[in-house]
Write a protein that binds this ligand. Sequence first.
Ligand SMILES: [Zn+2]
Length: 312
Amino acid sequence: MKNECSIVRDLLPLYAENMVSMETAAYVKEHLERCESCKKEYEQIQRSPVIPQTGGAAPLQTLSRKLKIKRIQTAALTAVFVIALMVSAFAMLSAPVFLPYSEELVTVEPYGDTEILLTFDEGITDFYCIIHDDPDDSSVCRCDIEAWTTLWDKWFAKGNEALSTTVAAPDKPMLLSYVPNDGSENICLAKYDPDAQIPIETIGKATGIITLPRLALGYYLILASAALAVVAAVWFFTKNKPNARIWVERIGLYPAAYIVSHCIVSGINWATHSMSRDLSLIVFLSVLLYSGFLLAHNIWYLRKEIRESNGG
Ligand SMILES: [Zn+2]
């Protein structure tokens, strides 16, 4: 009986932290129910969060510190993944869905003497227009207009207000084009001519120009995959150096986080018509996911250490 008590007392700190197997827990519990002095000892352990440093308690103190770190990191990990989930949902719901040309999509009309008014259809979430000189003919300039909706607006928005904007009328002829961003030709909406009697002539026909998507995201994806492959090779060759291996894993988690973020923001596409939006979202999400992955990696090793010190 006395021998059993000393075994139970050795187990009590681990039992208090739920760090014993189910059988051991049942054994300790059963003993506590019938042994008053061990029960008192257990109650005292539960009351004092810090295990008193007497003789052989130092390893237990390290263990309790590790358990505490593990608990904090697990809480942080949960928070990071909740935020990452919210950012992912935002990225998907706010992704631009470009619209094919239709007559109602955007109207062009004069606004006072010095401005041109663009009015968009109600279904449009946002637009972008850029004025630049015609690359082939500097006596003419161009105004390229993009417009899009989002999944969010398609599903949830009711009765958007029609968007409009004014652009300053240039002192030379300007061609206003709608850029559908779907692989089809840009549509010339109207021609503005400062010297004409009626300055704006509505046109509405294909220009023969197609605005191509940007491919840089694809190159970054290939770069991340190559980095991951290199790290995997190094990991394979550091089999006998566990400490180096941990660092190799920590480095390799970034390209992995980048690839996952790319898939969340851009799907399996790597051609994009909204490069700066996509890239900044991917980088932001990848940093978030990377910190989550690092935490998960730490927790995994902590659990391993705790299990080892528990078993040994
Ligand atoms: Zn006892």
